[in-house]
Design a binder for this molecule. Structure first.
Ligand SMILES: C[S@@+](CC[C@H](N)C(=O)[O-])C[C@H]1O[C@@H](n2cnc3c(N)ncnc32)[C@H](O)[C@@H]1O
Length: 204
């Protein structure tokens, strides 16, 4: 996994552009409504989503497996932003608690045990009343069924990654112990969408 992402980031300067996702903009509004001041972002990438929170005065921390992505992210963030280098499989990286956790487009890259551990570890790092927001690939996405089937709702994509596609039942199964307060299918981007995800919000 680590080699895949290292190679991907070294070959593409800014794979997904500089702008945050539409979902990150919506999440910012939710964080503002809840007056949230700290956020952890597992699967930080080069920080295109983190930037929008950081610029709005929220304390940002991250976890990222690619050193190249972290190096690139450093252009946007001062030393007040901690980005742990490593896999979410090794969470927790510190004893901090966060008012929010935002995990965009990472969980569906993991196997079932790793997914369960990630959800549990994120919940453990939330402060009381904190919220965690996961954005995870949907079985309605156009990539569903493309590539070799390697497990239930899991396909080896032409890009060389195992992708797990969630349906409503599997979202509810995997998140059932974590107090889901909002669950919806979203389009990304919102206009002329190319991807379909689930947005799952849980509150501690
Ligand atoms: C699809 S990208 C999304 C990046 C970022 N959330 C964004 O939307 O810009 C997945 C990210 O997770 C990172 N990643 C993949 N597996 C990881 C793991 N096991 N632990 C930590 N980061 C991981 C990748 O390097 C990549 O930056």
């Amino acid at each position: 996994m680590s080699e895949f992402w290292e190679l991907t980031f070294s070959k593409n300067d800014k794979m997904w552009g500089d702008s945050p996702t539409d979902n990150a903009g919506n999440v910012l509004n939710l964080l503002k409504r809840k007056k949230i001041k700290s956020i952890l972002i597992p699967g930080f990438g080069y920080g295109r989503n983190a930037k929008v929170f950081y610029e709005n005065g929220i304390n940002v921390s991250g976890i990222e497996i690619s050193k190249t992505a972290i190096k690139r992210a450093r252009k946007y963030f001062k030393s007040d932003v901690t980005i742990h280098h490593g896999s979410v499989a090794d969470m927790p990286f510190d004893k901090n608690k966060f008012e929010a956790i935002y995990c965009y487009s990472l969980i569906h890259l993991l196997g079932k045990e790793e997914r369960n551990k990630l959800i549990k570890d994120c919940y453990s790092q939330l402060s009381f009343n904190g919220i965690m927001i996961f954005v995870a690939l949907s079985a309605s996405d156009k990539r569903f069924g493309i590539g070799e089937k390697v497990g239930q709702n899991t396909f080896y994509s032409p890009q060389g990654l195992n992708l797990y596609f969630y349906d409503e039942k599997s979202v509810k199964e995997e998140f059932e112990n974590y107090n889901i307060i909002d669950l919806k299918e979203i389009n990304e981007p919102e206009e002329n969408p190319s991807e379909k995800h689930w947005m799952i919000v849980c509150e501690k």
